[in-house]
Design a protein around this ligand. Structure first.
Ligand code: DGL
Length: 246
């Protein structure tokens, strides 16, 4: 099956990685909109314009299915996009919301972009979720500043209120955040369960029509930092890394 995925940048690669692990025998086509990143504070109109262009691009690549590997797009315009197109579109947030509810998680926290929090998609569908927006984390991750003091400061600023409220489960509501897993676990003294939306999605779907594994990666802006980030996330030796500008 030809599976299309997209995000504002490298975040959706955390979803792609989980899909490849669980469903290796498929042809994956990924688009990261690095030119327009970050998406986390864009209006619904802007998100809709950008997402429509990307979906048209993926359709031109003859995908059978599209996964919105971006929490912000999924939360704000996911349902609208599903109605608009004939081909199946899966958003990244719904499987996690269903998983949390089905397993009766309590003391749940959510970290996400400002627009995801503003959409209220999690708080409407999960009873009692403590939400925290983290506007600076995506640029920090994209700029590879994870191991810097500024990153530590921001993590402390955003996570301290959640730590004080003794949350036991933390939904990583933006697909960039799994790249901070070690830092976040350390911050909570390894006493927390992190929910990676990519893992939940990969475990919740069936992909039919297996074929030879293939990966195509497209980005709207490419620089050395991006190439290093992609190699680090996907693992160069595992994939035939090919980055092509749109
Ligand atoms: N990774 C995206 C998300 O899940 C987009 C974040 C951004 O570009 O601000 O929300």
């Amino acid at each position: 099956m030809r599976v299309g995925l997209f995000d504002s940048g490298i975040g959706g690669l955390t979803v792609l990685k989980e899909l490849i692990k669980k469903h290796p025998n498929h042809h994956y086509i990924y688009f990261g909109d690095t030119l327009n990143m970050p998406y986390g504070n864009k209006s619904k109109e802007e998100l809709s314009f950008l997402a429509n262009n990307i979906i048209e691009f993926l359709i031109s690549k003859k995908v059978d299915l599209i996964i919105i590997a971006c929490g912000t797009v999924s939360s704000n315009i996911g349902e609208e996009l599903k109605r608009q197109y004939k081909l199946p579109i899966i958003d990244i947030v719904s499987p996690t919301i269903d998983y949390i509810n089905k397993n009766n998680y309590t003391d749940v926290g959510l970290i996400a972009t400002s627009m995801t929090i503003k959409s209220k998609v999690f708080s409407k569908r999960i009873t009692e979720v403590r939400e925290q927006e983290c506007p600076s984390l995506v640029p920090i991750i994209e700029n590879d500043e994870i191991n810097t003091e500024i990153c530590n400061q921001k993590i402390n600023e955003y996570l301290l209120p959640l730590k004080k409220e003794k949350i036991r489960t933390l939904i990583l509501g933006c697909t960039h955040y799994p790249l901070l897993t070690n830092k976040i676990e350390e911050y909570f003294n390894n006493d927390i369960e992190l929910i990676n939306m990519g893992t939940v999605l990969a475990n919740s779907i069936n992909l039919e029509n297996e074929t030879d594994y293939k990966l195509e990666l497209y980005f709207s802006k490419i620089n050395d930092q991006l190439i290093t980030n992609v190699k680090n996330i996907i693992g160069e030796e595992k994939v035939n890394l090919k980055i092509i500008g749109k």
